[in-house]
Design a protein around this ligand. Structure first.
Ligand code: PGA
Length: 256
């Protein structure tokens, strides 16, 4: 099974549902997605826009997948303000981002919580996108490997090899997110190779050939080709640039 490249636009806390409808329509106009069989294209709008974006995708038969940016780990209950995996799956959400550094930093999510969420996403038959990455201090102290290796092991804790291979791993160095300072292709490629080797140590070398490992952090139309030239990078998680359909489409056009 060859690894199919994957690109996801993470809109974060941007776009009302009306703006989100326009964004996904513009994106589809800019792309003749029928030709994009080398890459899976996904967008992750805020919760309030999921239903609207899903309706546009379904009505127009767009080959664009829908992702959520987070989830609770239980199906239902007294958790004011939360959204469950079952609710997301019912909206045709196919992927859920778990453990984004902004959730870890601003909302105190720890590895155990992220592991619970990841398993709940899989139980609801969706694909988790597990985010991990080191701070600038950690990179300078040569702790990148211990940090992301630990996050990978904790995030995938308790999964069988068959389950783990279905997770998409997103290497997102915190110092590169929203800063305009992309990791160099070598830095990103080396980290993704390290993660693939770690995955292989935990789940078997043949499994590690199949797991998709993507890069995120200031990806744009100008750097996508150099990043994707790296053997161990299977796609991108795109924040800021994905808010502009023209720029996001230009980034995706790398795959044509
Ligand atoms: P950025 O965000 O592309 O704006 O750096 C990436 C992310 O947070 O996934």
């Amino acid at each position: 099974m060859a690894r199919k490249d994957f690109i996801c636009g993470n809109w974060k806390m941007n776009a009302t549902h009306l703006e989100a409808i326009q964004m996904v329509q513009k994106l589809s106009y800019r792309l003749d997605l029928a030709d994009y069989d080398r890459v899976e294209v996904v967008v992750a709008p805020p919760f309030t826009a999921l239903r609207s974006v899903q309706t546009v995708i379904e009505a127009d038969h767009l080959p664009i997948g829908l992702a959520a940016q987070d989830t609770h780990w239980l199906d239902e209950g007294a958790f004011t303000g939360e959204v469950s995996p079952v609710m997301l799956a019912k909206l045709s959400v196919g992927h859920v981002i778990v453990g984004h550094s902004e959730r870890r930093e601003h909302f105190g999510e720890d590895d155990a919580t992220i592991n619970r969420k990841l398993k709940a996403v899989m139980a609801a038959e969706m694909t988790p996108i597990l985010c991990l990455g080191e701070t600038l201090e950690e990179r300078e102290a040569e702790q990148m490997e211990s940090k992301v290796g630990g996050q990978l092991a904790a995030g995938l804790n308790g999964l069988s090899p068959d389950e783990a291979v279905g997770v998409i791993v997103a290497y997102e160095p915190i110092w590169a997110i929203g800063t305009g300072h992309t990791a160099t292709p070598d830095q990103a490629g080396d980290a993704c190779e390290f993660l693939r080797n770690s995955f292989g140590d935990a789940f078997g070398g043949s499994m590690s050939e199949h797991v998709r490992i993507i890069y995120g952090g200031s990806v744009n139309p100008g750097n996508i080709a150099a990043l994707m030239a790296k053997k161990h990078i299977d796609g991108a998680l795109v924040g800021g640039v994905s808010l502009d359909p023209d720029q996001f489409a230009s980034t995706i056009r790398y795959w044509v």
